[in-house]
Design a protein around this ligand. Structure first.
Ligand code: NAP
Length: 291
């Protein structure tokens, strides 16, 4: 069985290391955290491996997983290289969603095969995350050899693997922020509009639910083009114009949100083909930032 060293064994590191051990895909060799105490706790959770205090105490392994916070990945990679813990046959990967595998270039210069592995999952509690990991989608990019190995071990743990373009890794991560985090922000914008119109927040939340969940279900069933309804889908320029004016008078930030997403809705409406194309062109002019 291949051996693995883990640098940064926190929420993600503990979860993956426990999975590697349980599914017999890697033998967890050494674990290096900032503090030895934290490393010892991680090793106890994983059920195998040895906690160390420094790179000097590590022995080279076939694979190195860097699951520190994003800002420490590069420095940890350099330390691994300096200590001779990365060689011609080593596979080195990190777990950041926003940073590409290219961050590990120093390891590649020493002959290693590099990659990044980003599980699309929230790892709040490692014990729970181990239980629910099967079925998790994982984005993988990097060198062929490293990707092949990661693909194989992830599948053994029940994960579903997909590839992302290294050049646009940050754009991929922005996608997860937009659909996951910005959905909450979008709901907040809607609630502020309800409140402005005299509908209390608690009541507005209840009123909103079916007009949020219905379209979300439709997006997954039919796709965004077919799921779009409302004034832009119908090509109602006067409605869009009146709303832009009303929002602009009250709250410039909300007006900008309305306009920016409205321009995307115009593209969906054009693809849907139900609205008059002249009306859509007029709507596009209303939604122009300059107006
Ligand atoms: N959390 C998520 O939901 C999630 C999901 C997908 C991907 N990720 C990615 O996974 C990576 C790890 O995130 P996380 O949430 O697991 O972080 P975390 O829970 O904060 O754990 C980070 C671990 O790294 C250790 N560490 C920090 N700096 C170090 C250094 N310079 N050298 C060695 N060890 C160091 C910490 O040690 P101490 O315990 O001693 O402080 C800690 O154990 C990040 O790249 C993150 O973007 C996170």
């Amino acid at each position: 069985m291949k051996t693995i060293n883990v640098v940064g064994c926190g929420k993600v590191g503990k979860t993956l290391s426990r999975l590697w051990a349980v599914h017999n895909v890697f033998e967890v060799q050494t674990v290096l955290n900032r503090s030895l105490q934290s490393g010892l706790e991680a090793v106890a959770f994983v059920g195998s491996g040895r906690a160390v205090e420094s790179y000097a105490q590590m022995e080279p392994a076939d694979v190195v997983m860097i699951s520190t916070p994003d800002e420490s990945i590069e420095a940890c990679c350099l330390e691994l290289c300096r200590e001779g813990l990365v060689g011609r046959r080593t596979v080195v990967f990190h777990c950041s969603g926003s940073l590409p595998s290219g961050l590990l270039e120093p390891a590649k210069k020493q002959g290693a095969s590099i990659a990044s592995l980003h599980p699309v999952k929230s790892f709040a509690d490692p014990a729970g995350s181990v239980e629910t990991f099967a079925g998790t989608y994982c984005a993988v990019e990097g060198d062929h050899q490293a990707c092949q190995l990661i693909d194989h071990v992830l599948k053994r743990c029940g994960a579903k693997v997909f590839c992302v373009e290294p050049e646009f890794k940050t754009v991929y991560h922005a996608a997860t922020v937009i659909v996951c985090n910005y959905l909450a922000a979008l709901m907040e914008v809607g609630l502020r509009c309800f409140e402005k119109a005299g509908v209390p927040r608690a009541a507005a939340t209840i009123i909103m639910e079916p007009i949020v969940t219905g379209p979300v279900e439709n997006v997954f069933k039919l796709g965004p083009v077919a799921a779009l309804t409302g004034p832009i889908a119908r090509g109602e320029q006067s409605v869009v114009q009146t709303q832009c004016t009303a929002l602009g008078r009250w709250d410039k930030q909300i007006e900008q949100v309305y306009k920016a997403l409205g321009r995307v809705a115009v593209e969906l409406s054009a693809a849907q083909g139900n609205a008059d194309s002249d009306a859509l062109a007029a709507i596009e002019r209303c939604l122009d930032d300059a107006n």
